[in-house]
Design a protein around this ligand. Structure first.
Ligand SMILES: [Zn+2]
Length: 597
């Protein structure tokens, strides 16, 4: 039975190119998952985009002397290309500065407001004493009042992950010029989070099968249900659609408020672009639909507490009740899949400290699948994990080139040389059946891991089939069976069948290589489809062009099952699947990201 599966992928800020730390958290895992779900016959909607509001964009535009929109235009284009290069199969990767997004954000807000979950409050905001300008929270740095970390920002502590108010920071200072900010009174709208204590608590208590890192974090969330500001003193963001607010030059929605609504607005945009404006509904209003949210661990609060609270409020399902908003009763997140951090020599990837490996550079030199594989088998799935070039070389050479590449190469080469195509299994033996049973059975084992987002285990089980097939070939020695061509044919037939099975099992991880193996096995057409970058007109703002990432995955042939190889199908001599890397790369790193001693 086909299930509707929403893959909701975290929104990167449009303030710079992506480094491999970014894509290890939200990017590759969400794509491996989505590709598996499509292969398994489910209807998948994978959406995201760039987060283009808020101070990160303003800081970057000040640095570059560009307007905020020009900055966002520049980086959303670059980020779309990075993600396309990695083969991330978004149905729509859009942005938060579209007309559609602003409209959806305002509608969700109005439903929350009508249902009584938004309250005005006078609060203290920071201003710069030297310029008199508002100093947004992210521009303020100080010591976290909760964990004592000295690099905490005014909105969030990156060390303990808690949300903060800038006025709570000890020793606050401006990140622009180091001066101590002045705190003055200003009016803002707050989400009445305490009014979700029971409804959110009940919902969270049903989520017992989330990853341990997410569960541990969410346990404390209902104990910290303070009202949260959802507006900011800024001139860059979605306007507040209320009388007395809409025309204020310095009142906008807080960036985290509009960004999480992006999962829904992007689904609506995708539907509008598909020609069926209601096509989002099976993913959002069908109670049997599933949804999976992929992100790094610094975003758990937004997805396990705040976004569900918005949805409950919009639906009229918070502790104060209410009526569903214009979109009906929307589904709350099904599963929060949070990764830990990919680090380098123990520290977070950081552009400012020079510990950075950009996706673009990486793809140019090593292609997408080696990185996808590394992140899947050695990434920060359950704990912070160091990226080392040494480990990257080892995984690429020993697992991809020697194990998988070699199996493909020698199986197809031998069949090509001896038979010119796929031979018939004329003299089968028990060892053949044993190996084929192992690879057939792996679809269930690997599939179960993938459904639970256990990527390391899934890739490990798929590679176990590859190792078993290599051992089988070494044991059977088909190259020594000149005198027994019937038996040789049976061995080669078995090997090709298992190459075909293993290729399906590895497709979610290695979609580009999988297409090549499909063709090397004599297949034609699209095995694993890839996304494309397009420039499209904004649906609501005349004259605006948006770069998007999208794709047609409906015609791909990849299926999550063992497909019998066709006897007699012609085979060409294959070319190597993965190039081996020079071992010295592990010691020096590439020229564009040398290892710093
Ligand atoms: Zn902290």
């Amino acid at each position: 039975m086909s299930t509707s599966v929403l893959t909701a992928v975290a929104w990167p800020y449009a303030n710079g190119p992506r480094h491999i730390g970014h894509v290890s958290g939200f990017g590759v895992p969400s794509d491996v998952f989505s590709r598996y779900q499509r292969m398994a016959g489910n209807r998948v909607l994978m959406v995201s985009g760039t987060d283009e509001h808020g101070t990160p964009i303003l800081v970057q535009s000040d640095k570059e002397g560009l307007s905020p929109q020009e900055t966002a235009d520049k980086y959303t284009r670059q980020i779309s290309q990075d993600l396309r290069g990695l083969g991330l199969s978004y149905d729509l990767f859009t942005r938060t500065t579209t007309g559609n997004h602003a409209e959806v954000v305002q509608q969700i807000f109005l439903a929350l407001h009508r249902n009584g979950y938004v309250v005005p409050r006078t609060t203290t905001g920071a201003v710069s004493p030297s310029t008199g300008r508002t100093l947004p929270d992210r521009y303020i740095e100080g010591t976290c009042p909760l964990c004592g970390y000295d690099g905490a920002r005014g909105d969030q502590c990156d060390n303990c992950g808690n949300q903060l108010d800038a006025a709570e920071l000890k020793n606050p200072r401006s990140r622009i010029n180091g001066e101590k900010p002045e705190f003055v009174e200003t009016e803002h709208l707050f989400l009445d989070l305490p009014a979700f204590t029971e409804s959110l608590g009940n919902w969270l208590s049903t989520k017992t099968d989330w990853r341990p890192n997410v569960l541990n974090f969410t346990k404390n969330l209902v104990d910290d249900m303070r009202p949260r500001p959802i507006t900011r003193d800024l001139d860059w963001g979605v306007k507040v659609p209320l009388d007395g607010w809409r025309d204020q030059p310095l009142k906008r929605f807080y960036v985290w408020f509009d960004a999480v609504i992006g999962y829904f607005s992007a689904s609506v945009e995708w539907a509008r672009r598909s020609g069926d404006p209601d096509a989002w509904q099976p993913f959002w209003t069908d109670p049997d639909a599933q949804s999976f949210y992929f992100m790094g661990k610094d975003n758990i609060t937004f997805h396990a507490q705040l976004w569900p609270a918005f949805l409950l409020g919009h639906n009229g399902q918070g502790d104060k009740g209410g009526e569903p908003g214009p979109y009906g009763t929307l589904n709350l997140p099904g599963e929060i899949v949070s990764s830990e951090f990919l680090t380098m020599s123990g520290s977070k990837f950081s552009t400012s400290r020079g510990t950075v490996i950009y996706v673009e550079d990486f793809l140019r030199e090593f292609g997408p699948d080696t990185l996808r594989y590394f992140i899947s088998v050695a990434g920060p799935e359950t704990q912070d994990t160091d990226f080392t070039w040494d480990e990257f070389v080892r995984r690429t050479n020993f697992e991809l080139a020697n194990e998988w590449g070699n199996l493909v190469n020698r199986s197809i080469s031998l069949a090509h040389k001896n038979n010119g195509g796929v031979p018939a299994p004329t003299a089968p033996a028990p060892a053949d059946e044993e190996l084929k049973a192992l690879s057939r059975g792996a679809f269930e084992t690997v599939g179960t891991h993938l459904r639970r987002s256990r990527f390391k285990q899934a890739a490990g089980e798929a590679m176990r089939v590859v190792s078993a097939a290599n051992k089988y070939l070494s044991d059977q020695e088909p190259w020594k069976l000149k005198e027994d061509p019937d038996r040789r044919d049976a061995v080669l037939h078995t090997a090709l069948q298992v190459v075909s099975d293993a290729n399906a099992l590895l497709t979610p991880f290695l979609p580009h290589a999988a297409q090549k193996v499909h063709e090397a096995l004599g297949g034609t057409g699209v095995w694993a489809a890839q996304p494309e970058c397009h420039d499209v007109e904004d649906l609501d703002i005349p004259g605006r062009t948006n770069p998007i990432l999208t794709g047609d995955y409906s015609n791909e042939q990849a299926k999550w099952e063992s497909t019998p190889v066709e006897v007699g199908r012609p085979l060409e001599k294959p070319s190597p699947l993965f190039a081996k890397l020079d071992a010295s790369l592990g010691e020096t790193g590439p020229e564009w990201a040398p290892i710093q001693s």
